[in-house]
Design a protein around this ligand. Structure first.
Ligand code: 5RP
Length: 262
């Protein structure tokens, strides 16, 4: 089964496998959303079932909650956990300072709340997600449905005054209906191509009434674990200012590769 994985899936898998080394028994762990985070949840599930790891997980989406329960992780709410030791999540883009664009999977609101409520946030990503400047990936902005067209117009007016290359905005759709987040909101994607000042943009967007949250994660991530298709993993600790590279042994586990759903 493992041999059938594409290089990109192998990269995601080895990043996830390496990142779970940060998790120890007794920890409260934020569980991210997306295909890379799903590997991490499966890895943690295997550690719970086969190595006796004792953790509780706070999922950042309904689909991560389902997967976590399925693999044997005890799921609790953030209000029950209150504060977390570590959150491990994917990203759509990361730059050299570990600033991120997230929300490609539509879970940015809970992802930002959970990551911010953690002592440490670890991002897991394949090497293709690294950029010099954020913005090639459309920036997701979660907005409440009430008056969303007005909010979208205000977003357009706001980005006109900011240092970006593109100005198009689109309401995210599922078929012919708006995509609905777990919290019942819409997502407007901003096609900016290049964000000159991501820190400023993150602050300014959240001033618009109707905007719930944006997908820029500035100064939230502490460690980026970058996976490569050949099994190499680079661990960048932004806080410590260190970078290490190692090659993960690609060990196939029947349990881990069974019932891959994401
Ligand atoms: C979901 C996210 C994901 O972490 C991001 O979209 C990356 O997903 P994937 O690991 O599938 O590439 O932010 O809201």
């Amino acid at each position: 089964m493992a041999a059938d994985l594409s290089p990109i899936d192998k990269a995601k898998f080895v990043a996830a496998r390496r990142a779970v080394d940060y998790v120890q028994s007794g920890m409260k762990v934020g569980l991210g959303t997306g295909s890379t985070a799903a590997w991490m949840v499966r890895c943690l599930g295997e550690m719970v079932r086969e190595e006796g790891l004792k953790i509780v997980g706070v999922p950042t989406s309904a689909r991560t909650a389902d997967l976590a329960r399925q693999v044997g992780i005890e799921v609790v709410s953030l209000d029950e956990a209150k504060w977390l030791d570590v959150t491990i999540d994917g990203a759509d883009e990361f730059d050299g300072e570990a600033n991120l664009i997230k929300g490609g999977g539509g879970a940015l609101l809970l992802e930002k709340i959970v990551a911010t409520a953690s002592d440490q946030m670890i991002v897991i990503a394949d090497a293709a997600k690294e950029v010099l400047t954020l913005g090639a990936f459309p920036l997701p902005v979660e907005v409440i449905p009430f008056g969303w067209q007005t909010t979208k117009a205000l977003l357009e007016e706001t980005i006109e005054s900011l240092d970006v290359l593109g100005h198009q905005t689109t309401l995210r759709m599922t078929g012919d209906r708006p995509f609905i987040t777990d919290e019942g909101n819409y997502i407007v994607d901003l096609h900016l191509q290049r964000i000159g000042d991501a820190r400023q943009m993150a602050l300014v967007l959240n001033q618009i009434p109707g905007v719930v949250e944006n997908g820029l994660f500035i100064d939230i991530c502490d460690v980026v674990v970058v996976g490569h298709g050949d099994g190499r993993v680079t661990v960048r600790d932004v806080t410590a200012g260190t970078q290490e590279e190692e090659t993960m042994e690609f060990v196939e586990s029947d349990n881990l590769f069974r019932d891959m759903g994401d």
